[in-house]
Design a protein around this ligand. Structure first.
Ligand code: OXD
Ligand code: MN
Length: 586
C-alpha cells in the first residue's frame, strides 16, 4: 500500500510502473522488520550471502556481475536541455533523444520482478540542509544498501508533504548489459535514470548521482556548494575542534584522511581527530559569515583493498558489523578478506567471482574496486557533530592529488580567488613506477571531473561568486602526500603523520604562524612542520617543500591546454591567476 498521499510521487510511481511492468510494488518504510525480511529473501535467492554471525554480526556479502564492477564514466550522461550547459567534461545527449532510448530499455524491464519504492533523505530528515529523493529499484541489494548509506523511512514522506521537489531516481537491472548501461541525469527535471547495472556507484542513486551531480546543479541555482570532499574535525588539547574539508581524486586516501589517527606525540598532548564525512560535503554560508558543511550521507561506501589495521584501523572497525561487502574474498570460515588487509591470504577461500581461489595463482582474490558499505555510526571516531543539522564551520579547504614531483607537500593559496584557481588545476598521476618515472597527469578539478552536473566553467564561476558572498571564508590549501625522490620512493610517510601538515594548515587559518611566500603561494618555514618522531629529516622536508620552477613552467603549459577546452566559459579571474603564476615563475 502506498505510504504517501503526495500526488507527484503517486503519479510518477504509477507512470514508471506502467513502463517497467513489475509484478509487485513494495513501499519501503525503513523499519528493521521490513529490511530484515528483505535480507532473508535476498539470502534465499543468493543475491546476498549471510556471513559468520559470530565474527561479523549482521554482515553480508554481495557479488556483482563480472562485467559490472565500477562506475562507468563513459556511459554517464548529463542531459541538460542545452549541450553547453553540460560542458566539455560531461557526456551529453538531447534529453528527448535520451528518453526515447531509455524508454525502450526500461520497457517491461521489471516483468516478473518487484519494484521497491525507497523514500530517502540526504542529511538529517527535517533539517534545513536536507534534500529528499525517491528511488525506484528492482534490487534488494539497492534497498538494503540505501538503508545504510542514506536515511530511509516513512518520515521522509512527512517531511516532504505534498511538495514536488524530490529527486526522482529510477533503477532497473534489466539484462545487466554493459552495451546498454546508462547512468543518466536530467538536472532540470530533478531526475536520475540508471539501467543495466547493479554496481553500487551506478545504482545507489543518493550518492554520486544525487548528492554530487544533481546537488551541484541545485547548489549553483540556490547559492551553495555540493563537493566531493571529506569533512574532518581536529580537536586540540584545549578542547577546541577546528574543521577542514578536503577534495582528492579516487585512490588518493580520502577515507584514510577522514578517519586519521594522530601520531602518538599528538595523542599524548590531547589531540583527537573526528570524522564527519569521507566523500561528500554540502556547504552553505552560515549566519555567522563562515562556511558550514554537512555530510549528507549516513554511511561509508569505501574501497576495501588496502584497508588494514595499519592503514586505517577505524575503517576496519567500522566494517565489523551490519556491513555489506561487495566483491571481496569469502574465507573458509565465512568471513571476508582482501589484498592489503594482512600479509596472509586465506587458504580454501572463494574469490570475488565466486570461484575457489588459490592465493599462489598470482590472481587477485578481491576485485581492486571491491567495497564495504557500512553505517557511519559504527565508526569509532565518528564526530559528535555528525548528526548536527547545522553542520560544522569550516576553517580550511584542502585540495590534493598524487604528484611525484611538481606539487610540494603543502602550500597555501593567497586568497579565495587564487584558491579556486588551485582547485581548478588539480591533477593526479597514475602511480609512478619504482624507477621514478612520472605517471600520466589527469586534470581533475576539485576532484569533481566525473561528478559535476553542469558546465565546469560555470562551476568555477559559481565558486568565485560564492567567495564574494562569504564574509569569513575558509583558507584554501593544496597538499601532496605522494611526492617521491629520484628513485621513486615516497618522501612523506602519510596516513596519521599527515596530522603534522594539518596542524600547520590550521595554525595558518587562525593566524598563529608565519609562512614563506613562493611563486605558487605560501609554504611552511622549515622549522614549522613538527617532525618529532616522524622519521623525516629536515633535509627531506626541504625537498618535499621545494618548488621547481622548470616543472611548474611545464605545468603552466598543461593548464593552458586544459583551460582551452572551456572557451568563453573560462572565468576571467582564472585567466588572471594563470598569468600571475606564469609571471611569478619568470
Ligand atoms: C568514488 C567513490 O568513486 O567514492 O569516488 O566511490
Ligand atoms: Mn568518491
Amino acid at each position: 500500500m502506498a505510504l504517501t498521499t503526495n500526488k507527484y510521487i503517486l503519479d510518477w510511481v504509477k507512470e514508471m510502473a506502467e513502463l517497467t511492468q513489475p509484478d509487485n510494488i513494495v513501499w519501503i518504510d525503513g523499519s528493521e522488520e521490513q529490511l530484515e525480511q528483505l535480507r532473508r529473501e535476498a539470502v534465499s535467492t543468493g543475491e546476498l550471502i549471510k556471513l559468520n554471525e559470530e565474527k561479523l554480526p549482521g554482515c553480508y556479502l554481495h557479488r556483482s556481475a563480472i562485467n559490472d564492477v565500477a562506475r562507468v564514466e563513459d556511459r554517464t550522461f548529463i542531459c541538460s536541455r542545452r549541450k553547453e550547459d553540460a560542458g566539455p567534461t560531461n557526456n551529453w545527449m538531447d534529453p528527448d533523444e535520451m528518453l526515447a532510448k531509455l524508454r525502450k530499455l526500461y520497457n517491461g524491464a521489471m516483468r516478473g520482478r518487484t519494484m521497491y519504492v525507497i523514500p530517502y533523505s540526504m542529511s538529517v530528515v527535517g533539517s534545513p540542509f536536507a534534500r529528499y529523493g525517491i528511488e525506484l529499484t528492482d534490487s534488494i541489494y539497492v534497498v538494503v544498501s540505501m538503508a545504510i548509506m542514506t536515511r530511509v523511512g516513512k518520515n521522509v514522506y512527512e517531511a516532504l508533504g505534498e511538495r514536488p521537489d524530490f529527486v526522482k531516481g529510477l533503477h532497473a537491472q534489466a539484462e545487466l548489459d554493459a552495451e546498454n548501461r546508462y547512468i543518466v541525469h536530467f538536472p532540470e527535471e530533478n531526475t536520475i535514470m540508471s539501467v543495466n547495472s547493479g554496481y553500487g556507484g551506478n545504482v545507489l542513486l543518493g550518492k554520486k548521482c544525487f548528492s554530487l551531480r544533481i546537488a551541484s546543479y541545485l547548489g549553483r541555482k540556490e547559492g551553495w556548494l555540493a563537493e566531493h570532499m571529506l569533512i574532518l574535525g581536529i580537536e586540540n588539547p584545549k578542547g577546541e575542534v577546528r574543521y577542514i574539508c578536503a577534495a582528492f581524486p579516487s585512490a588518493c586516501g580520502k577515507t584514510n584522511l577522514a578517519m586519521l589517527i594522530p601520531p602518538e606525540i599528538y595523542r599524548k598532548k590531547g589531540y583527537k581527530a573526528w570524522c564527519v564525512g569521507d566523500d561528500i560535503a554540502w556547504l552553505r554560508i552560515g549566519e555567522d559569515g563562515r562556511l558550514w558543511a554537512v555530510n549528507p550521507e549516513n554511511g561509508f561506501f569505501g574501497v576495501a583493498p588496502g584497508t588494514s589495521m595499519k592503514s586505517n584501523p577505524n575503517a576496519l572497525e567500522t566494517t565489523r558489523k551490519n556491513t555489506i561487502f561487495t566483491n571481496v574474498v569469502q574465507t573458509a570460515e565465512n568471513t571476508v578478506w582482501w589484498e592489503g588487509m594482512d600479509k596472509t591470504p586465506p587458504r580454501g577461500a572463494i574469490n570475488w567471482k565466486g570461484e575457489p581461489w588459490d592465493p599462489d595463482s598470482g590472481e587477485k582474490g578481491a576485485h581492486p574496486n571491491s567495497r564495504f558499505t557500512a553505517p557511519a555510526k559504527n565508526c569509532p571516531c565518528i564526530s559528535p557533530e555528525f548528526e548536527n543539522p547545522k553542520g560544522v564551520p569550516i576553517s580550511s579547504i584542502i585540495f590534493g592529488g598524487r604528484r611525484a614531483k611538481t606539487a610540494p607537500l603543502v602550500y597555501q593559496s593567497r586568497n579565495w580567488q587564487h584558491g579556486v584557481f588551485v582547485g581548478s588545476v588539480m591533477a593526479s598521476e597514475t602511480t609512478a613506477a619504482a624507477t621514478g618515472a612520472v605517471g600520466v597527469v589527469r586534470r581533475d578539478p576539485m576532484a569533481m571531473l566525473p561528478f559535476c552536473g553542469y558546465n565546469m566553467g560555470d562551476y568555477w564561476q559559481h565558486w568565485l561568486e560564492m567567495g564574494k558572498r562569504i564574509p569569513n571564508p575558509p583558507k584554501i590549501f593544496n597538499v601532496n602526500w605522494f611526492r617521491t625522490d629520484d628513485m621513486g620512493h615516497y618522501l612523506w610517510p602519510g596516513f596519521g603523520e599527515n596530522m603534522r601538515v594539518l596542524e600547520w594548515i590550521l595554525a595558518r587559518c587562525f593566524n598563529e604562524i608565519d609562512a614563506e611566500e613562493t611563486a605558487i603561494g605560501y609554504i611552511p618555514k622549515l622549522g614549522d612542520i613538527n617532525l618529532e618522531d616522524s622519521g623525516v629529516s629536515k633535509e627531506t622536508l626541504a625537498e618535499l617543500l621545494n618548488v621547481d620552477k622548470k616543472l611548474w613552467l611545464e605545468e603552466v603549459k598543461g593548464i593552458k591546454e586544459f583551460y582551452a577546452k572551456f572557451g568563453d566559459k573560462l572565468p576571467g579571474e582564472l585567466k588572471e591567476e594563470l598569468a600571475t603564476l606564469e609571471n611569478n615563475l619568470d
